[in-house]
Design a binder for this molecule. Structure first.
Ligand SMILES: N[C@@H](CCC(=O)N[C@@H](CS)C(=O)NCC(=O)O)C(=O)O
Length: 205
């Protein structure tokens, strides 16, 4: 498997997953903001010139959530994935998709308005609104974890890779966690995992 990865981006999710599963993989490194990500060659891999993308035995797949599902169903041997007949399966799918559907749009706005745009084009109103919405999106995660659950769908699953990573990003972007002790503890639990720490170390030399 060859993973297209840019450190500090969503593709960290896939490195994390591969490390959790102990699967072998190669990384082709990219740099966020680098024009090479829009080269004709890379656009054949990812038509939007984004990461992550995965190449595997002639298959090319992008969208981090789809890649998580692909790896787990193809290579996970039942790990990190509730049985399809279990009620946890619906919960798993819900939290797998919650991150890109409800959280990451706000993360994108904050990143664009605080990092990517030149200072004269930044808009604080957009940042404030996105930060408030991002903080609100964490309420649902707080509720899910309020009965002492450690993870979003039973055992640690692909849903924690997806929405857990979005919670980690939210904390980094100053979403207010003061009234969300369960989310704060969840983020600590995830970031202390060995596989997560290894994923952060995936950098070009
Ligand atoms: N929904 C997509 C989002 C992919 C995406 O926007 N990736 C960002 C990194 S977090 C990217 O590649 N940005 C580079 C760019 O826009 O040039 C996914 O989950 O894979």
């Amino acid at each position: 498997m060859k993973l297209h990865h840019a450190p500090g981006s969503r593709s960290t999710r896939i490195v994390w997953l591969l490390e959790e599963l102990g699967l072998p993989y190669d990384i082709q490194f990219h740099k966020l903001g680098d024009r090479a990500m829009r080269s004709a060659e890379y656009l054949k891999v990812h038509p939007m010139g984004r990461v992550p993308a995965l190449e595997d035995n002639g298959v090319v797949i992008h969208e981090s959530g789809a890649i998580v599902e692909y790896i787990l169903t193809r290579y996970g041997a039942g790990r990190m994935l509730p049985d399809v007949k279990s009620p946890l399966y619906a919960q798993y799918l819900q939290w797998l998709h919650y991150s890109e559907g409800m959280m990451m749009p706000q993360v994108n706005v904050i990143m664009v308005e605080t990092v990517f745009l030149p200072p004269e084009r930044r808009n604080e109103v957009n940042v404030d609104r996105a930060t408030k919405l991002l903080t609100r999106s964490l309420d649902a995660v707080e509720l899910q974890l309020e009965n002492g659950e450690e993870f979003l769908a039973g055992e640690f699953t692909g849903a924690d890779i997806m929405t857990g990573h979005a919670c980690i990003a939210a904390k980094r972007l100053n979403a207010d966690m003061s009234e969300k002790p369960n989310v704060a503890a969840y983020v600590d639990r995830l970031t202390s995992r060995t596989a997560y720490k290894k994923a952060l170390q995936a950098n070009p030399d």
